[in-house]
Design a protein around this ligand. Sequence first.
Ligand SMILES: NC(=O)c1ccc[n+]([C@@H]2O[C@H](COP(=O)([O-])OP(=O)(O)OC[C@H]3O[C@@H](n4cnc5c(N)ncnc54)[C@H](OP(=O)(O)O)[C@@H]3O)[C@@H](O)[C@H]2O)c1
Length: 320
Amino acid sequence: MSEHTMRAVTLSGFGGPEVLTVGRVARPEPLPTEVLVRVHAAGINPVDWKTRAGQGMAGLQRLPLILGWDVSGVVEEVGFGVTTLAPGDEVYAMPWFPRPAGGYAEYVTAPSRQFARKPASIGHTEAAALPLAALTAWHALVDTAGVRAGQRVLVHAAAGGVGHLAVQMARHLGAEVVATARESRHAWLEELGADETIDYTRQRFEEATGGVDVVIDLIGGLDATDVRSVAVTRPGGLVVSVPGGVSPALAAAAGRAGVRTSPLLVEPDGAALTAIAGLVDSGAVRVAVEHVFALEQAAEAHRRGETNRTRGKLVLDVAG
Ligand SMILES: NC(=O)c1ccc[n+]([C@@H]2O[C@H](COP(=O)([O-])OP(=O)(O)OC[C@H]3O[C@@H](n4cnc5c(N)ncnc54)[C@H](OP(=O)(O)O)[C@@H]3O)[C@@H](O)[C@H]2O)c1
């Protein structure tokens, strides 16, 4: 095959998982300050299937589209002016978000400083599972909430991609961690650092806990999880509403209770990925990959993800 083309999963229209098709497309070339990375593995996130279905970041994309933001791979070429990376370096990133990054493909190009060196202690498959989820957890806990030792942090959807990393990071920051997940996940979450676990399928979380300083809400308006989170948060505490921002109902309830709220949209952040790689290499954070799919199985991977039952992360093996 021509070295100027590459395998990629493309979609020429928004819709169900069946719109994802594998084919050959032109290989991107790095501009000055950019690197060309040969992708070994691509992580899958809910924003991928939401965008595929015409929601999520669909309004910011142009068709035909190569989905995917999370990648781990090896630098193949550097554009003019790049001084911190060289061919052969193993890197990982969530480049360009929310613009298209084209992660479900054999090559991506992006500004060099959106990448960081991959954690040395894990392979590309696990590294590809990290960027978007770990950056979201980091931006929420560290940059947005400024979590400090001794605070109580509630993580909703703790067994998911963002949640299982947020539990470990909050624990690493010295917080007491409360996690919501179905019962079969509790032992695992306790191993990761949860002090209290609540089975949201059996009990309303506001009847099981309270006195929380920071809520990392990864559910949003479903079952009014965002609004109900106000009841467990102490006055002056913070609810970070990750999926859909701060709804009018959440703003009103929080205003009445003297609770602060914040939306959050994750951003490319090579410096934070370097810090996260340090946490992984020190053993403070472990990433759980539930299943690895071949690039050709992208549609199947989306179907699995859309069940909303993933423990940890789903990844596409691109090099395989
Ligand atoms: N704003 C941003 O920048 C940003 C960034 C990342 C993610 N997000 C959004 O945040 C959400 C979470 O992302 P993710 O990657 O962590 O998703 P995910 O991995 O697909 O989440 C799946 C997990 O959600 C749990 N879950 C489902 N309903 C629940 C409920 N009512 N209460 C508690 N847990 C529940 C399931 O746990 P059980 O099996 O225990 O039920 C499952 O483990 C998504 O909506 C995503 O789009 C936004």
